[in-house]
Design a protein around this ligand. Structure first.
Ligand SMILES: Cc1ncc(COP(=O)(O)O)c(C=O)c1O
Length: 356
């Protein structure tokens, strides 16, 4: 257990306290937790399924699996069988335990990345290599490669060509590619593509997994709802392990998630909210001296004013705005900050005023 890093967010506490002292209150753009309502259609499905005394299936209801497969086909041009869909209790738990499920000894992950990929390698006692150039890994065997497009923290979208090369590289070595696609519906200046799209994988899902989350698309972070799909044989193996381990999504959440995946109207409404917030916050940050890099998709601005990330965090905390330091996501982020657009319109307006 003691090979786990300190929980990074604790280090932000002094800056949070400083930001909280602002007379008009804190604008917290650090964590990126959804603040808008859970869609009505989803709440209704949850309530309707409230009387659920029996054990749910680890594999989920057929309705849920079909809703997930239907959404992937409708929105992302990806065709999977419903049997190849496996519900997750939010995608984070799966990210953290996949290397253990696979018995992985060496995991490759992006140089700037969501910290849980590294945590997952540590939990499995595996070596982690943070690199964007797989070729740099040389001949050393790799069991699992994580990709994350659109990226947290940079908002970068990997084009089909890039993903195709990753798939080819991994297939030549017998490595599994897990693609974390939790921001796939939030493309702004670029169109994200799934690892399971035929243009990327050539029509075969062998050795590939795509991980999806309802947290951001449908404001369901509080429900803990996601799923993994891809290689049917691999998903079957994962299902067996999760059955033994009791990793079961609660039945009312299964019903709620099926309703969320069957409905696109609420997701479009939510996209528009984030789009409007980006449109006001971006020019305000730029006018105040920050340069925004990547950020063509997802929920964050990856920004720098050239100083050390903690200096930038401190400068913003002085005007009551809390951002995340780039080094939370890897040493290569030490002169960047990550600014989330997951605050109410009122709080985003407050941030814009303060940056003037
Ligand atoms: C890249 C990435 N993957 C996975 C997750 C986990 O999301 P959840 O557990 O809410 O599905 C997050 C959460 O912010 C994330 O940024």
């Amino acid at each position: 257990m003691n090979n786990l890093p300190d929980f990074p967010w604790d280090k932000l506490e002094p800056h949070k306290r400083r930001a909280l002292e602002h007379p008009d209150g804190i604008v917290d753009l650090s964590v990126g937790t959804p603040v808008d309502p859970v869609p009505q259609v989803v709440q209704e499905a949850l309530v309707k399924a409230a009387d659920s005394p029996g054990y749910p299936l680890t594999h989920g209801t057929r309705e849920l699996r079909e809703a997930a497969a239907g959404w992937l086909a409708r929105r992302h041009g990806v065709s999977v069988g419903e049997q190849a869909v496996l519900p997750l209790i939010g995608s984070k738990e799966f990210v953290a335990w996949l290397p253990t499920y696979l018995g992985a000894e060496h995991v490759a992950l992006p140089e700037l990345a969501y910290p849980t990929y590294d945590v997952g390698a540590r939990l499995a006692g595996a070596k982690a290599s943070a690199t964007d150039g797989l070729v740099a890994l040389g001949p050393e065997p790799v069991d699992l490669v994580w990709v994350n497009s659109p990226s947290n923290p940079t908002g970068r979208v990997l084009p089909a060509e890039h993903l195709r090369k990753v798939v080819e590289w991994a297939r030549e070595r017998g490595a599994i590619v897990a693609s974390d696609e939790c921001y796939i519906e939030l493309g702004w200046e670029a169109e994200p593509i799934s690892i399971l799209h035929p243009d990327v994988c050539g029509g075969s899902h062998e050795g590939l997994l795509a991980v999806h989350s309802l947290s951001k698309r449908s404001n369901l972070a509080g429900y803990r709802a996601g799923f993994v799909t891809g290689d049917p044989a691999l998903v079957k193996r994962l299902l067996e392990i999760r059955k033994h381990g009791g990793m079961i999504m609660p039945a009312p959440v299964q019903a709620a998630m099926a309703a969320a995946l069957a409905d696109d109207a609420h997701a479009e409404e939510q996209r528009e909210r984030y789009s409007a917030r980006r449109a006001v916050l971006r020019p305000a940050l730029e006018k105040a001296g920050w340069t925004i890099e990547h950020s063509e998709a997802g929920l964050y601005f990856w920004a720098s004013n050239g100083k050390d990330c903690w200096t930038q965090v401190a400068e913003l905390a002085e005007i009551g705005i809390l951002a995340a330091p780039g080094d939370f996501y890897g040493a290569a982020g030490s002169s960047h900050i990550r600014i989330a657009v997951t605050a109410t319109d009122e709080r985003i307006s407050a941030a814009v005023r303060r940056l003037q």
